[in-house]
Design a protein around this ligand. Structure first.
Ligand code: NAP
Length: 296
């Protein structure tokens, strides 16, 4: 028997971001009123990738709006891996820098893993250093990548039950797929991780109470892959003929999913908000041996 259509809530990631950013701004203001310098994020951009430049502009604006400092370090596209690592090491030593983010993609010839390893784990607000990735795996406190943290906030805000839920994550990258799988598992979901070699992806998705698509294949997830009442998080961003397109047929998901994130104002603003949150956290625990921030 066909199930009743669901009243699908289209997640407003921008509104949720604004709420969280207002709280972050209050915390920053309290520190400044107490006579301390504001938190500071250093962003390293290598080359002249236009999309990356636009992303870091958005991050800088977001920092400024909550009263944080944002300092850009631009390196020429011809910079070597050693140049990038030297820049990162300088930022590690700089006591006025709390968080370091190296914008990816990096030009060919620069290994993003080696660059991530060069970042002081205490300032690794993107959660890409092996120590932080390992801590997440082990269930220990540490910095966690911003997009997965933002997804967990969205699920929490919409009171999506995770304990015992079937969660399906499509994508196994270090920045989204793997960490969100671990966070969902930490929240007691039963997690299935899918990727490009997964057989019968549609059938696996149809069992998902929570479906996270972090692939980068436009509208991969069709409406008939979605279990009625599922929470659907669309992380993917592709550009087709100048238009942003996600991994999910979001229009088709309406009336089926319980919640769905839109291509714009969905996961994207939450990613930046979690970057601000991690930077504030790094600032607040500077000088302490371990980050205090937990999973979400
Ligand atoms: P990625 O490193 O390219 O990983 C993509 C993953 O998708 C891989 O694990 C790949 O499998 C899998 N995949 C590719 N084609 C598939 C298919 N047909 N069926 C099933 N799985 C498939 O990408 P990422 O960095 O995780 O990012 C994913 C998407 O999210 C991108 O569109 C990116 O732009 C977007 N993104 C958005 C935000 C945001 O804030 N909104 C943040 C980060 C990323 P294999 O491992 O087998 O290759």
């Amino acid at each position: 028997m066909p199930s009743e259509p669901h009243q699908t809530v289209v997640v407003d990631g921008l509104a949720l971001s604004r709420e969280i950013r207002a709280r972050l701004a209050e915390a920053v203001a309290r520190h400044v009123q107490d006579g301390r310098r504001p938190p500071s994020l250093a962003v390293v951009l290598v080359g002249d990738d236009r999309a990356s430049a636009a992303y870091i502009k958005g991050k800088r604006r977001a920092c400024e709006r909550v009263g944080m400092n944002s300092v850009e370090h631009r390196l020429e596209a011809s910079a070597t891996e050693a140049d990038v690592i030297e820049t990162v090491e300088g930022l590690n030593r700089d006591e006025a820098v709390d968080g370091i983010l190296v914008q990816i993609p990096l030009p060919d010839g620069i290994d993003p893993n080696r660059v991530a390893e060069a970042i002081d784990p205490a300032k690794d607000v993107d959660g890409l250093h092996p120590l932080n990735a390992g801590r997440l795996l082990l269930g220990q406190p540490g910095w966690v990548a911003c997009t997965p943290l933002g997804i967990m906030k969205i699920l929490e805000h919409h009171r999506i039950p995770l304990e015992g839920a079937n969660a399906v994550v499509i994508g196994r990258s270090a920045i989204v797929g793997k960490p969100i799988s671990l966070l969902l598992q930490r929240a007691h979901a039963t997690v299935t991780m899918c990727h490009s070699r997964t057989r019968d992806l549609a059938a696996i998705c149809r069992e998902a109470d929570v479906l996270v698509a972090a692939v980068g294949v436009p509208r991969l997830v069709k409406a008939d892959w979605i279990k009625p009442g599922a929470a659907v998080i669309d992380v993917g961003v592709s550009v087709i003929e100048g238009e942003l397109v996600g991994d999910v047929d979001t229009d088709g998901a309406r009336g089926i999913a319980s919640i769905v994130t839109p291509h714009r104002r969905g996961v994207g603003p939450m990613t930046i908000t979690m970057l601000l949150q991690n930077t504030l956290g790094a600032y607040e625990c500077a000088g302490r041996p371990r980050p205090r921030i937990a999973s979400s």
